[in-house]
Design a protein around this ligand. Structure first.
Ligand SMILES: Nc1ncnc2c1ncn2[C@@H]1O[C@H](COP(=O)(O)OP(=O)(O)OP(=O)(O)O)[C@@H](O)[C@H]1O
Ligand SMILES: [Mg+2]
Length: 254
């Protein structure tokens, strides 16, 4: 199962969700790969030791068919979780691929040789609907959409859904929305409740039953290069992300 974690809105919890759901599944015993497609490289920096020591990244693999993805897959700090690393050089990918007839298919082709080694592959994407995100949607079997429960959170959702439809029509007919994860939720406010109601109106039972609360521990853990499960195992964030992972496994069976 290859899951693109996508929302072109910035700062909605894509990377936090990628890291902690991947980590939860790895702790459950699954083999997991996190593919970092974001030039910001936040996933890579957050769970890989000394990422700057690696010369190559996904950029090199996506630019040159002779480079093997295995060379840029490294172990994270979390047992059972590997990372296909990103670097700032990924920012050169989109301009370099414009006009290439197979520009949208590079990630799919790159992942192909390793996809059977993993139970779950997550793809972290940047906050745009450009060619990098298109590569992720073409490579994926499923999409997970984190949505921050705040005012204007559904702004732009139409563009995302339209892009998903286009990808399904042209390149990846079996692509499915696995679900929507409500993030950065503050259940004390009336606004949050209204917002959640609106998200459920739009996405129905695609919305995961567990919502991720706003929590300082989740914000702090990347600075210590840890997932929430070792950084603050009893925190609300750890409990909620584990529940999301369990729900995801259930959905994966259907
Ligand atoms: N549940 C949460 N509680 C508190 N802080 C959070 C939570 N989830 C994410 N954050 C923090 O909010 C910021 C944005 O989160 P994150 O980087 O996961 O979003 P993103 O969608 O990947 O952003 P971008 O679009 O820039 O890639 C980060 O500083 C992160 O630590
Ligand atoms: Mg991110």
């Amino acid at each position: 199962m290859i899951i693109a974690v996508t929302n072109q809105k910035g700062g909605v919890g894509k990377t936090t969700t990628c890291i902690n759901v991947s980590a939860a599944l790895a702790f459950m015993g699954y083999k997991v790969l996190l593919v970092d497609m974001d030039p910001q490289a936040h996933s890579t920096i957050s769970i890989v030791n000394n990422p700057h020591e690696y010369k190559k990244s996904l950029f090199d693999v996506l630019m040159d068919k002779n480079q093997r993805i295995e060379e840029i897959i490294v172990k994270s700090n979390i047992p059972g979780l590997d990372v296909a690393i990103s670097k700032i050089s990924m920012a050169k990918l989109e301009p370099a691929l414009i006009g290439e007839f197979d520009g949208h298919y590079r990630l799919r082709d790159a992942i192909n040789p390793v996809k059977n080694k993993y139970d779950f592959i997550f793809i972290d994407t940047p906050p745009t609907l450009g060619l990098i995100t298109l590569n992720a949607l073409v490579a994926a079997t499923h999409i997970l959409i984190p949505i921050q429960s705040s005012y204007l959170c559904l702004e732009g959702t139409d563009d995302l859904l339209e892009t998903i439809d286009k990808v399904k029509r042209i390149a990846n007919p079996d692509l499915e929305i696995l679900g929507v994860v409500i993030t950065l939720h503050d259940k004390r406010t009336n606004l949050s409740k209204d917002v959640v109601d609106r998200i459920i109106e739009v996405f129905g039972d695609k919305v995961f039953k567990t919502y991720i609360s706003k929590s300082v521990k989740l914000e702090e853990s990347p600075a210590y290069k840890e997932s929430i499960f070792t950084f603050a195992p009893d925190s609300i964030g750890a409990i909620q992300y584990k529940q999301i992972a369990e729900e995801l496994v259930e959905r994966a069976k259907n």
